[in-house]
Design a protein around this ligand. Structure first.
Ligand code: GDP
Ligand code: ZN
Length: 336
C-alpha cells in the first residue's frame, strides 16, 4: 500500500534540508533520488517507507566511509534521501536528514547517549493510579521528553481500578504548566478518543512507561489490531521482554504513526538521559574554580557557586548536580 510522504510525517523542515542536497547532484541522478522514512532497523538493513511503499534500504558505501567523523547511524523515525538503483537493485541510503527531535537514553554510565528514535512529535508517558505512581519520577520523564524536542502528554491508565482518579490527574497537572493529562482505561476503551486526537495526519507518537502499565494494550487499541504482545501472554518470559519484529513504526487507521520500540518502552533507561547536557553549564563554569577538583560545595574561589549567586546557574541545577554526584549541597547562604 502506498502512502504520500505527508502521511508518513514529511514536513517542510525535512524538505528544506533535502533541497540543497538534491540540488547538488546532476539532473539524471536527481531523478533516481527518493525520500524515505526508517520504520525498522535490523543490524545494517533498514526497513523504510517511501511514497512507493515499504522496502529495505542499505547504507551506501559513501555513507559508510564518511570522511568527517563517524558514519551516520539512521534510527527509527529518521528521514533519508535514498538512491533507487536501476533494474530493481534496491535502495541505497545516501543522506541522513537532520532530526527535528531525538529520543536518547544514557549508556556507558551516563557518559554517552544512544539515540533510539528520531522525529517523534508526541511522547505519551504512561502511568497508573497504583504502585507505579511516582510524581518526582514522572516529573523527570516530562523534563526529559521536553528536552528531546517532543511534546509530553501523560496518560493515567487503568483508571477503572480506582473509584476516583481526580487526585492523580491533579497531581500530575502540577508537574508543568499546560501539561496534558488524560485518565484512560485501555482495556475498557475508555478515554482513548482523547489519545487518538493527537494523531493528526503525519504526527508521530510514542508510548513510554514502566513495564505493566499498559503500553502494549494501548498500542493494540490504537492500531485496532494485535501487534504488541501484552502482559497476559508472556508468562514464560520472566524478564517481561516482548518479542519484536524489525518494524516498529506503525500507521494508525485514522492517520498518524505510532512507534513501538523495545528500547523506548522501558522508561527506566530514561532516568539518566541527558544528564550530561543538563550539567553542561556547571561544568563550563567550573573551569574558573580555584581548585581543579572543586566539588562546588564549600571550597573558596568556587566559580560555580558564584554563578549561582549571580543567577546564571539556578540553585536547582547545582542541587541536582550535587545529588547526581553523591554530594550533599550546603544550604545556600544569602549574605556574603
Ligand atoms: P506494558 O508492559 O506496559 O506493555 O503493559 P501491558 O499492555 O502488557 O499490560 C499489563 C497488564 O495490564 C495486562 O494484563 C493488561 O491486560 C492490563 N491492563 C492494561 N490496561 C488496563 C486497564 O486500563 N485497566 C486494567 N484493569 N488493566 C489493564
Ligand atoms: Zn567550584
Amino acid at each position: 500500500m502506498s502512502r504520500s510522504l505527508a502521511d508518513l510525517g514529511w514536513i517542510d523542515f525535512f524538505a528544506d534540508h533535502a533541497r540543497p542536497f538534491i540540488a547538488a547532484v546532476s539532473e539524471d541522478a536527481q531523478a533516481e533520488l527518493e525520500m524515505a522514512r526508517v520504520v525498522g532497523v535490523e543490524r545494517a538493513a533498514f526497513q523504510v517507507w517511501t511514497a512507493q511503499g515499504s522496502e529495505e534500504a542499505l547504507l551506501a558505501g559513501t555513507l559508510r566511509q564518511s570522511a568527517s567523523g563517524p558514519p551516520p547511524q539512521p534510527v527509527i523515525g529518521d528521514w533519508l534521501v535514498v538512491h533507487r538503483l536501476p533494474d530493481g537493485q534496491g535502495l541505497r541510503i545516501v543522506h541522513l536528514l537532520p532530526r527535528r527531535t531525538t529520543l536518547a537514553r544514557a549508556v556507558n554510565s551516563g557518559l554517552s547517549e544512544q539515540i533510539i528514535a528520531a522525529n517523534v512529535d508526541v511522547v505519551f508517558i504512561v502511568t497508573t493510579p497504583g504502585e507505579d505512581f511516582d510524581l518526582p519520577r514522572l516529573g523527570r520523564y516530562v523534563a526529559a521528553v521536553e528536552m528531546s524536542g517532543a511534546r509530553p502528554v501523560v496518560l493515567l491508565n487503568k483508571t477503572d481500578l480506582v473509584d476516583d482518579s481526580t487526585w492523580f490527574v491533579e497531581q500530575i497537572g502540577t508537574l508543568a504548566p499546560d501539561l496534558p493529562v488524560h485518565g484512560v482505561a485501555a482495556t475498557e476503551d475508555h478515554g482513548l478518543d482523547a489519545v487518538r486526537s493527537y494523531f493528526q495526519r503525519g504526527v508521530t507518537g510514542a508510548l513510554i512507561g514502566s513495564s505493566g502499565v499498559g503500553k502494549s494494550t494501548l498500542t493494540n487499541a490504537l492500531l485496532g489490531q494485535e501487534v504488541a504482545s501484552t502482559g497476559t501472554v508472556r508468562h514464560s518470559d520472566q524478564q517481561g521482554r516482548h518479542t519484536t519484529t524489525g518494524r516498529t513504526l506503525y500507521p494508525l487507521p485514522a492517520g498518524g504513526l505510532l512507534i513501538d520500540n523495545p528500547g523506548l518502552r522501558d522508561i527506566a533507561v530514561w532516568e539518566a538521559t541527558r544528564r550530561p547536557a543538563a550539567f553542561e553549564v556547571v561544568e563550563e563554569a567550573a573551569v574558573d574554580c580555584r581548585f581543579r577538583k572543586c566539588t562546588h560545595t564549600t571550597e573558596p574561589g568556587c566559580a560555580v557557586r558564584r554563578a549561582v549567586q549571580q543567577g546564571t546557574i539556578t540553585a536547582d541545577t547545582l542541587a541536582a548536580y550535587h545529588h547526581a554526584h553523591g554530594l550533599s549541597a550546603p544550604r545556600p547562604k544569602r549574605r556574603e
